[in-house]
Design a protein around this ligand. Structure first.
Ligand SMILES: [Zn+2]
Length: 200
């Protein structure tokens, strides 16, 4: 069968305009809300949505590869490397909400922009995506992307990162201390830590 890519976009929140435009080049694009009735954006539900998308994809005979994209992924030119790579599991590099490269360790990758070949989903036992919590159930110890990548590696498939993509998120614009013409872009999480340090 010819390489047939199926793009699934997690549209639990509005899909950003850059991603919407980028999607025009693909013949087979599906909104997760159209293939899954339980789509929601509570952190434990994103794992359900990803699993639903994967099991739906397994039933689609015309496709042999799925590309999952979150609503806030902003494609840039190098994002096409994910589409073009022949590797079994491919992700793009992107920055997370703490302002650092997400899943920077080798063999890991973010599910926000992840392509998987069908045979991998057949060989890795479900659930493909799950979150592991700490003992109190307060914090996520292992996110769903790492959970899947760990399982895939155990099954003999090494996820790789190629290219990169943007990640739309909220930032606070602060006036610069020295130059009134300049602004500083700060992520809320980083600003909170800075203010805490200053005792504010
Ligand atoms: Zn993750």
């Amino acid at each position: 069968m010819k390489e047939q890519l199926c793009v699934v976009v997690f549209d639990g929140k509005p899909v950003n305009c850059f991603l919407r435009k980028w999607l025009h080049q693909f013949p087979h694009v599906y909104m997760a809300s159209e293939i899954s009735l339980e789509l929601d954006y509570f952190s434990d539900m994103i794992t359900c949505s990803r699993n639903q998308a994967c099991s739906w994809f397994l039933e689609q005979e015309n496709f042999n590869r799925i590309l999952m994209l979150d609503h806030d992924i902003v494609p840039v030119r190098e994002t096409m490397e994910v589409v073009k790579s022949p590797a079994p599991i491919v992700t793009a590099r992107y920055v997370n909400k703490s302002g650092v490269l997400s899943h920077s360790v080798k063999g890991q990758g973010g599910a926000g922009c992840m392509a998987i070949r069908k045979e991998i989903l057949k060989r890795v036992e479900p659930p493909w995506f799950a979150m592991k919590m700490d003992a109190l159930g307060i914090k996520v110890k292992t996110c769903e992307c790492s959970y899947f990548c760990d399982k895939a590696r155990e099954a003999g498939y090494f996820p790789i990162k190629v290219g990169r993509c943007g990640h739309a998120m909220k930032a606070v614009l602060l006036p610069d201390n020295d130059d009134p013409e300049k602004v500083q872009f700060i992520l809320p999480r980083i600003l909170r830590d800075l203010l805490k340090k200053k005792g504010m």
